[in-house]
Design a protein around this ligand. Structure first.
Ligand SMILES: NC(=O)c1ccc[n+]([C@@H]2O[C@H](COP(=O)([O-])OP(=O)(O)OC[C@H]3O[C@@H](n4cnc5c(N)ncnc54)[C@H](O)[C@@H]3O)[C@@H](O)[C@H]2O)c1
Length: 298
């Protein structure tokens, strides 16, 4: 198993604790994703914590990893794409953020077990696990067109990937009496999806159910388990699906129906994950948190 740029020393980042980069003030935070990004650079809630994120070389995962690292955590990102990992490390480094990377296939239980055993040995224990691996893997939208293989692959990545990673890392969290597990769910699992099919919606529904059950079991050990449910976030992957599976008129209508009148940004998810990973959320567990601008509410 190769480890691109493993453990490269980087100078830790961002603005000093308590300062706000870019001249933003707390009063401007939340005005736009950019302003919110300026505000969080003063946040150092994760100093001394070690975090691991799956499938995190791109998209939501890398945004969450950068945010956790900027808040002070020692962060490991895993992904099956070594080139993307190397790029993620150098991008983060250019922004002054230190990350560690490991090639791992989240859809392969033996690879997950082997890689995470190695991480535990080297890190001495992971406090924060973000089960980010997922996606609809470009499987068909219609139930009638989905094969058993489409169902199996999507369940393996979205649900079993989280099961396998949790199985590897939870015992050490239990030993230490502390842990944070944040699972990536989706609006799809709660309200259905406009771009992904029933296999994906069912897998995301399952991860929300898994979150609640694991929260019950692990709460007595000081471990919280929560699920973040984004609406569509315009990443490389979803931008293509969105254009392919919805007409321009439909896309405009959907946007108009979102109370916040915009799509989710990766920074919105990174902020939510960082909150749930921090001690600010120490009494929140078993929750599926909608981050969709009010597009669907329960
Ligand atoms: N993007 C969205 O609109 C959206 C919305 C709701 C929920 N989500 C969820 O958020 C999570 C991240 O989504 P994203 O859109 O950022 O993902 P993405 O498709 O952009 O992929 C992120 C990374 O996953 C890696 N990857 C793919 N298969 C892998 C495997 N088997 N093992 C290891 N790495 C693998 C890829 O190399 C890539 O670097 C997923 O669980 C997804 O279901 C995304």
């Amino acid at each position: 198993m190769s480890e691109p740029n493993q453990d490269q020393a980087r100078s830790p980042a961002g603005a000093a604790p308590g300062t706000l980069a870019g001249g933003a003030s707390p009063a401007t935070a939340g005005v736009s994703p950019g302003a919110a990004q300026d505000y969080w650079r003063g946040c150092r809630r994760l100093v001394g914590r070690k975090a691991l994120l799956s499938a995190a070389a791109r998209g939501l995962g890398i945004a969450c990893a950068q945010r956790l690292a900027a808040e002070g955590a020692e962060v490991w990102i895993t992904d099956r794409d070594p080139a993307a990992l190397a790029l993620a490390l150098s991008d983060a480094s250019a922004q002054g953020v230190e990350l560690r990377a490991l090639e791992m296939d989240s859809g392969d239980p033996s690879d997950v077990a082997r890689c995470l055993a190695g991480v535990l040995e080297r890190s001495g224990g992971i406090d924060i696990l973000v089960n980010n691996a997922g996606g609809s893997l470009h499987t068909p939208y219609s139930f009638a067109d989905q094969s058993d293989e489409d169902w199996r692959r999507v369940f393996d990545l979205n649900l079993m990937g989280a099961v396998w990673a949790s199985r590897a890392l939870l015992p050490v969290m239990v030993e230490r009496g502390y842990g944070r597990v944040v699972n990536l769910g989706s609006k799809a699992g709660r309200f259905g999806s406009l771009i992904a099919g029933p296999n994906y919606a069912a897998a995301k529904g399952a991860i929300a159910a898994l979150t609640r059950q694991m929260a019950m079991e692990y709460g007595p050990h000081g471990i919280t388990v929560n699920c973040v449910c984004p609406g569509v976030v315009m990443t490389e992957r979803t931008r293509g699906l969105w254009a392919e599976r919805r007409t321009e008129v439909e896309r405009a209508r959907v946007l108009q129906a979102i109370p916040m009148r915009r799509h989710c940004e990766v920074e919105d998810i990174a902020a939510t994950v960082a909150f749930l990973a921090s001690d600010d959320a120490s009494f929140i567990t078993g929750v599926s948190l909608d981050v969709n601008g009010g597009q669907a509410m329960a």
